[in-house]
Design a protein around this ligand. Structure first.
Ligand code: GAP
Length: 501
């Protein structure tokens, strides 16, 4: 289980340690967009990298694209976003606060209770007042204003292409990366000579003018998605089932397994089938993978069966044929599409929340991000035991530079060794390398160094002495997933003198 009960702990760690900052903070910030700091960008890049490697590079039936954010405005007419990509919005007539109509009863609400001479209470979401028994009818924020009737609000950001601000130049920032895969379907099919089933993947930014963004990076107005459009022949059957239904279930399983593989605990993940009335306008069936975030169970990603809706719509509005020629049946078909759509920011939030631990070590609190080594922003920290010894510092810098040719590795000498270890634990660095007197020797005493350094494992805090010349090979093994116990069995533990606290 994640050690986290509150999002505030994660927000504070993220700011303190350079993962995520509030955007434009010096101007008062905005709650709806966030900036990734030096460690956040590494973590985010690692998530995208392993997603791309596992779902694109490793598969023979996948290719990728990187399309532009600004697309032809007709794309959004054809896709249905102009007409349907709306949320119901209500306003408070008193304080002017805006809410998504379907979110109002998921918020704690302010109540001036008539049974207690109008005392003000904050009542948990969806519950009645414990004194007067009333349920919320007014604005949850101020507790005084009536709410307007719901109005539909389009979530797309409108902008103008070119120097003239006139209706003809109106376009939109893409609200999903998916549409580029549909409008490029034929380009990709022809240029890559693909056969069904195959998928097109893309990771990139999307924008939604959310009515109520919030909960840190969970719901923002600018975010990144990792999406796959997996095209199948609707006339095919796999294992006795229609191909689209078979592949939908396969992708649900594969995505679930992927999140578990990179560290999310099984008990914090679940599937949720969309009810008929909540299905998006394009979907035949959608299943969400939900994660138990600090705010409760919420959507981490969605896997939809979009049928042939998008290709047919784009063919209709563009006048271009978007079909596949089925050689066996000698006929043109419009493929069905299964769409695994994940949010990078939400994945990052889930990985951080799940990795967060607080432990007691020798009477002191140790905060630990038990991130999967492939996701960890820093793989190794090289630490000199004595920063006043030139030879120790020089050796540590050389080791950092050598290892940094392969991984993100840092050098730090700004505190005593115990504190340096804790700092690396808190940001999830799986291994620390300590250079000490025993490594370089003591010339004044005539003692030669052993050219070995101490490697410390983040999770077990165990240590081993490894020759500097073998560091590259040892980290290749460890960072490739070899268990610590297997590698450490080959090397001695350090003596107390060399190991540091
Ligand atoms: N093409 C389908 C599509 O975009 P979606 O369920 O709207 O489906 C997919 O979005 C994923 O993108 C979500 O599961 C979530 O992880 C992420 N996402 C969507 N809106 C977001 C927002 N406002 N802020 C952060 N992530 C968001």
């Amino acid at each position: 289980m994640s050690g986290l009960t509150s999002m505030d702990v994660l927000v504070s760690l993220s700011k303190r340690r350079g993962f995520v900052f509030q955007s434009s903070e010096i101007y008062g910030g905005t709650g709806s967009v966030w900036d990734y700091g030096p460690l956040g960008v590494e973590l985010k890049n690692n998530i995208k990298r392993v997603w791309w490697r596992d779902f694109v590079q490793a598969r023979a039936d996948m290719v990728g694209i990187d399309a532009s954010i600004l697309m032809h405005p007709m794309v959004w007419k054809a896709s249905g976003h102009l007409d349907h990509f709306t949320d119901p919005m209500v306003d408070c007539r008193e304080c002017k606060h805006r809410f998504r109509a379907d979110h109002v009863d998921t918020l704690p609400w302010t109540h001036y209770c008539p049974a207690t001479k109008g005392n003000k209470f904050t009542i948990p979401a969806g519950e009645p007042c414990g004194h007067c028994g009333q349920r919320r009818t007014l604005c949850p924020e101020c507790g005084k204003g009536e709410l307007t009737a719901p109005r539909q609000f389009n979530l797309m950001f409108k902008t103008f292409m070119g120097p003239v601000e006139e209706d003809a130049a109106v376009t939109y920032l893409r609200p999903e990366t998916a549409q580029a895969m549909f409008v490029n379907f034929d380009n990709v099919l022809q240029s890559m000579r693909l056969r069904l089933p195959f998928g097109i993947a893309q990771a990139g930014r999307s924008f939604r003018n959310e009515i109520t963004p919030g909960n840190f990076i969970f719901r923002t107005r600018e975010f990144e998605q990792m999406e796959i459009e997996f095209f199948v022949n609707p006339n095919d059957r796999v294992d006795g089932r229609p191909a689209d239904e078979y592949w939908h279930d396969r992708w649900i399983e594969d995505c679930m397994a992927w999140f578990k593989r990179y560290g999310l605990a099984a008990e914090n993940l679940r599937l949720r089938e969309h009810e008929r009335d909540e299905l998006a306008h394009y979907a035949k069936r959608t299943v969400d993978i939900e994660y138990k975030f600090p705010i409760g169970w919420s959507e981490l990603m969605g896997i939809a069966n979009r049928t042939d809706f998008d290709l047919k719509q784009h063919a209709k509005w563009s006048g271009k044929s978007l079909t596949y020629f089925d050689d066996e049946r000698k006929e043109h078909v419009v493929p069905f599409v299964v769409e695994p759509a994940a949010g990078v920011d939400r994945a990052l939030l889930a990985f951080m929340a799940d990795a967060y631990r607080e432990e007691e070590v020798r009477g002191e609190k140790r905060v630990l991000l038990k991130l999967h080594p492939e996701l960890a922003p820093l793989k190794v920290a090289v630490l000199p035991l004595l920063k006043k010894r030139d030879d120790i510092v020089r050796t540590a810098h050389t080791i950092r530079a050598d290892l940094a040719r392969h991984w993100r590795v840092v050098y730090d000498d700004t505190a005593a060794i115990g504190r340096l270890y804790r700092r690396q634990d808190e940001v999830g660095t799986p291994y620390c390398v300590t250079v000490d007197v025993q490594t370089v020797g003591d010339r004044e005493r005539g003692e030669a160094g052993d050219s070995r350094v101490t490697i410390r494992d983040r999770d077990s805090m165990e240590q081993m002495r490894v020759p500097i010349a073998e560091l590259g090979a040892v980290f290749r093994e460890l960072l490739d997933g070899a268990p610590w116990s297997r590698v450490s069995g080959r090397y001695p533990a350090p003596t107390a003198k060399a190991s540091g606290p």
